[in-house]
Design a protein around this ligand. Structure first.
Ligand SMILES: NC(=O)c1ccc[n+]([C@@H]2O[C@H](COP(=O)([O-])OP(=O)(O)OC[C@H]3O[C@@H](n4cnc5c(N)ncnc54)[C@H](O)[C@@H]3O)[C@@H](O)[C@H]2O)c1
Length: 323
C-alpha cells in the first residue's frame, strides 16, 4: 500500500503518516509548508508543492503511483476564514477539486478526506450524528462542506471511492514523542492550556463562562491525534478491502469543558494554569459532541488515548521538551 498524503507536514497529517508507516505502508508527502513543518515529515519523502498548482500536483501523483490519497492540506482558522473567504474557498475547495481531478488523470480511485464538525454549524441537538443537518456558520465550514458534496458527485460520476472523516477537536501529541501539535498562530485549546503552564509571559483566555453548560464554559469533544491516526488507518483498510464511500464522525462522544480541561492540566502536571475570563467569540456553540457509534461499528474504531488526562500528558511531554 502506498499513500500520497497532501498536508502531511501538518499536525494531523504527520501523525497519520506515522501510523501508515507503522503498518508497513509507503507514504509520500505533498505539502507547501505554508503551515506545516519540514521536521514533521519523517516517514517518507517530501514533495514541496501547492495543491493549487494542478500541474505539479498531477505530476507528483503520477510519479508516486499511489494506491490512495489522504487529503489533509487545508487552511483551518475559523476567524481568518471570515475575513479572507476568497483564500479559504480557493485553497480548501478549489485545492480539493485539483486533487480529485489529478486522481482522475492518474487513475487513483481511493481518497480519505479531512472534514470537520464545523460543517454542522450550530447543532440542533447533541450528541451530533452523521445525519445531523449540515449548515456551516463560517466560510471555513462551507469550504469543507463543498468538498464533501464534490466527493459524492465525483464518486457517482467517475467511480471513485472516498471516506470523509469529520474530526471534532484533534488534540494531544504522538505518544512516542516524535511529533506534536504546532500551529502558528496557535488557537487550539490544549496547546494554549499548556502554554499557560510553561510560558511565564502567557495567560490563557477562557472564552466565555456564561454558556448554558454544566460550569458555564464551552464543551468540546477532544480526540487524541493518535486515535485519529488509527481511524485513518482503519478507513483506508476498509476502502482497500472494497468498502464503499462513507462519512464518519471522529469524536469520542464525551464532552470536556474548558474548565475541566484546565483542571485536568493542573492535576496531571501539578502546576497552575494562568488564566483569565474573556468574552465569548461570536458564533461559538456551547457544546459540540459527536455521536461516535458509526465509526465504532463500521471501522471497529475505539479511541484508546482520548481521555483528557492522556491528551494533556502527551501534549505536556511534547511541549515541555520544546515541541
Ligand atoms: N486540528 C483539528 O482539530 C481539525 C479539526 C477538524 C478538521 N481538521 C482538518 O484536518 C486537516 C489537518 O488539520 P491540521 O490541524 O493538521 O492543520 P495543519 O495546518 O497543521 O496542517 C495542514 C497542512 O496542509 C498544508 N497546506 C495548506 N495549504 C496547502 C496547499 N495549498 N498546498 C499544499 N499544502 C498545503 C500546510 O502547510 C500544513 O502542513 C485540515 O484539512 C483541517 O481542516 C482539523
Amino acid at each position: 500500500m502506498k499513500v500520497f498524503v497532501t498536508g502531511g507536514a501538518g499536525y494531523v497529517g504527520s501523525h497519520c503518516c506515522k501510523r501508515f508507516a507503522e503498518a508497513g505502508w509507503e507514504v509520500v508527502v505533498y505539502d507547501n509548508l505554508s503551515r506545516g513543518w519540514r521536521e514533521f515529515v519523517r516517514w517518507g519523502p517530501l514533495v514541496e508543492g501547492d495543491i493549487l498548482d494542478e500541474e505539479r500536483l498531477t505530476a507528483a501523483i503520477r510519479e508516486a503511483r499511489p494506491d490512495a490519497i489522504a487529503h489533509f492540506a487545508a487552511i483551518a482558522y475559523v476567524g481568518e476564514s471570515v475575513t479572507e473567504p476568497d483564500r479559504y474557498y480557493r485553497n480548501n475547495s478549489t485545492g480539493a477539486l485539483n486533487v480529485l481531478d489529478a486522481m482522475r488523470k492518474t487513475g487513483v480511485e481511493k481518497i480519505l478526506f479531512s472534514s470537520t464538525c464545523a460543517t454542522y454549524g450550530t447543532p440542533q441537538k447533541t450528541p451530533i450524528d452523521e445525519t445531523h443537518p449540515q449548515a456551516p456558520i463560517n466560510p471555513y465550514g462551507w469550504s469543507k462542506l463543498f468538498v464533501e458534496k464534490a466527493l459524492a458527485d465525483y464518486a457517482h460520476a467517475f467511480g471513485m471511492r472516498y471516506t470523509s472523516l469529520r474530526y471534532f477537536n484533534a488534540a494531544g501529541a504522538d505518544p512516542g514523542g516524535e511529533i506534536g501539535e504546532r500551529h502558528e498562530p496557535e488557537t487550539h485549546l490544549i496547546p494554549l492550556v499548556i502554554r499557560g503552564i510553561l510560558d511565564p509571559d502567557f495567560t490563557l483566555s477562557v472564552l466565555g463562562d456564561d454558556f448554558p453548560t454544566r460550569d458555564g464554559t464551552a464543551v468540546r469533544d477532544y480526540v487524541h491525534v493518535a486515535d485519529l491516526g488509527e481511524a485513518h488507518y482503519a478507513a483506508l483498510k476498509r476502502l482497500e478491502g472494497g468498502g464503499g464511500s462513507e462519512t464518519f464522525n471522529l469524536g469520542t462522544g464525551v464532552g470536556t469543558s474548558v474548565a475541566e480541561a484546565v483542571a485536568a492540566a493542573e492535576r496531571v502536571t501539578g502546576r497552575p494554569v494562568k488564566r483569565r475570563i474573556a468574552q465569548r467569540r461570536p458564533g461559538d456553540p456551547p457544546e459540540l459532541v459527536a455521536a461516535a457509534a458509526k465509526a465504532r461499528d463500521m471501522l471497529g474504531w475505539r479511541p484508546a488515548h482520548s481521555g483528557i488526562d492522556d491528551i494533556i500528558r502527551s501534549a505536556f511531554d511534547w511541549h515541555s521538551r520544546g515541541g
